[in-house]
Ligand binder design. Structure first.
Ligand code: PXP
Length: 238
């Protein structure tokens, strides 16, 4: 079977940093650690409200030695930023300010007229364009018509347990591959639900964020506590 790449989304390291307004934890340091640990790429979403990742984060992530997949709305502002930065890939996502996370896929079919020149501009800048869509044949055909080489299939409904969603994802990935699209998937994936998605042979990449960052906090606690304990004990040796 094809290799399945893992992209780590570091948005929620920035969420935690921004809760205190300082510099820690730094999403770029998290990305460096993840790259050293063998992750295939880094994903970060520069939202229009800059609620987690900031412009300076994206520029610093771009300088790291791993492919950067920049998630963004297909707005004029974001297209200009991406064309200036030239990340390896841009994943166009729908964005509503009130949402907690990206809910539902991009309506590539309904917004084709607006998307077409923006996708063309990104491609002209040498950026690999991906569309974050639901596993819907109409949207897959729209991605082909828009000349997007990659689609990321939204796994949120599957992660929420919606009946029939795994079958839709399997069919969507098969159709996408038969149309010549490189198919990725992501959203809401965890240790518990990744298996059936990873078994879909035509998928080439998964992008996972929230669960991995949360799990890293839990699994990293013993080491972190040992280090703090050592720092507390050092001045009290006598
Ligand atoms: N892929 C895309 C396009 C996303 O918007 C997100 C969430 O930012 C993810 C993957 C990662 O989702 P999660 O944080 O639930 O793993």
């Amino acid at each position: 079977m094809n290799a399945l790449r893992l992209g780590l989304n570091v948005d929620h390291v920035a969420t935690l940093r921004n809760a205190r307004g300082g510099a820690d934890p730094d999403p770029v340091v998290a990305a460096e650690i993840a790259i050293a640990a063998g992750v295939d790429g880094i994903t970060a979403h520069l939202r229009e409200d800059r609620r987690h990742i900031r412009d300076t984060d994206i520029a610093r992530l771009r300088a790291l030695p791993a492919p950067l997949n920049m998630e963004m709305a297909a707005s004029e502002e974001m297209v200009a930023i991406a064309c200036g930065l030239r990340p390896h890939a841009v994943c166009l996502v729908p964005e509503r300010r009130a949402e907690v996370t990206t809910e539902g896929g991009l309506d590539a079919a309904g917004q084709a007229a607006t998307l077409a020149p923006r996708i063309a501009a990104l491609r002209a800048a040498g950026i690999r364009v991906s569309l974050f869509i639901d596993p819907d044949p109409v949207q897959l055909h729209a991605a082909v018509a828009l000349a997007a080489p990659v689609v990321e299939l939204h796994t949120g409904a599957y992660a929420n347990g919606r009946p029939g969603e795994l079958e839709r994802l399997r069919a969507g990935a098969a159709l996408g591959a038969s149309l010549g699209l490189e198919c990725h998937a992501g959203h809401g994936l965890t240790f518990a639900n990744v298996g059936p998605i990873a078994a879909i042979s035509s998928l080439r990449e998964l992008n996972i964020g929230h669960f991995l960052i949360g799990q890293a906090i839990l699994e990293g606690l013993p080491t972190t506590l040992r280090r703090m304990r050592a720092l507390m004990q050092a001045p009290r040796k006598d």
